[in-house]
Design a protein around this ligand. Sequence first.
Ligand code: DOR
Ligand code: ZN
Ligand code: ZN
Length: 428
Amino acid sequence: MSTILIRGAKVLGGAAQDVLIEGAAVTRVGTGLSAEGAQVVEAEGQILLPGLVDLHTHLREPGREDSETVLTGTRAAAVGGYTAVHAMANTHPVADTAGVVEQVYRLGKESGYCDVQPVGAVTVGLEGKHLAELGAMHDSAAGVKVFSDDGKCVDDAVIMRRALEYVKAFDGVIAQHAQEPRLTEGAQMNEGVVSAELGLGGWPAVAEESIIARDVLLAAHVGSRLHVCHLSTAGSVEIVRWAKSKGWNVTAEVTPHHLLLTDELVRTYNPVYKVNPPLRTEADVLALREALADGTIDCVATDHAPHPHEDKDCEWGAAAMGMVGLETALSVVQETMVETGLLDWAGVADRMSFRPARIGRLAGHGRPVAAGEPANLVLVDPAYRGTVDPARFASRSRNTPYQGRELPGRVTHTFLRGRATVLDGKLA
Ligand code: DOR
Ligand code: ZN
Ligand code: ZN
């Protein structure tokens, strides 16, 4: 059994404390701790948080191993400070059966870098026509609780209603990619001043907001749990705020890129900025930050969407949508939320670990840093300043919008059940 003593870390950004890890668990938290033969990690000035939990990661395996595999994606997750990720279902084949979710679950177990909780598809083949075997996926070894057709919207109201009804039986949740398909036909970027000037097909805010409005009403009607993926507009925030004020079971996430970047970047025509939902306006960014700070938006989710360079290094119209995010998420949150005074580190732990684990009903993650808890932890050096270099990514893909940008903070150590997956900023 290994013994690790983390010395002088600011636990959740509070007072400096020592944390003793024995085997897979935290056994003591206090000051002046010592332990015979322990491996000592000097963490003065560093922040200790519970291991991060991502509700929204695209790992691409099976089927698009040229973009990412479970192994490379979980390595990227560990580098980013994550100890658990939810793997989205838009793989090839689609994760719409017990067999496929069990395969992804098993690949996660074998990776050893990060726990992988498969998300099940809501409909067969993500086609929006017939409900997938939600019960079988839940009852499988993968124990699926979160279902999503992400990449596509469950746009048929009857299918959405049935899905919400079905998962209620086992406390599952439907995670909706809110995009009204007819309103976004041919859309290439946010609909607004910039799209008009560039002559690119616009993606109106109402295409997102109308689906969210419908779905919160459906969730209320059914008495079931709805989670809204990647909120991107100020109007979406207002609808979620209203639904929560009614006491309905609605939760929401925001991506790091929607907290930082705007559609002004599309003027570069660099497809690295092409993403679904699209980058919006400064006013939207500010509303999303405020909503994450006040808890209207429950959590940060990366929507890590790796794509090979041939799908991104092309003209805007032909490029795939999505950006990688696991290895930069915490730094972007530090820049947009902590350094702006909107969230303290305890708030970051809440929005990036406690709440996403709770929404996913994920056991053993999103737990307090306390004796008796699993040692899923991340140490962050908040004073670090560095430039993003995609060549150093653990991810198989490089499609980051932050190349060459200076971002604050660095994950120095990640521990998964007491085992270091990242040591001194490098994969262990
Ligand atoms: O930008 C995106 N990329 N949005 C999605 O909804 C899907 C994702 C992907 O799978 O590439
Ligand atoms: Zn999506
Ligand atoms: Zn996604």
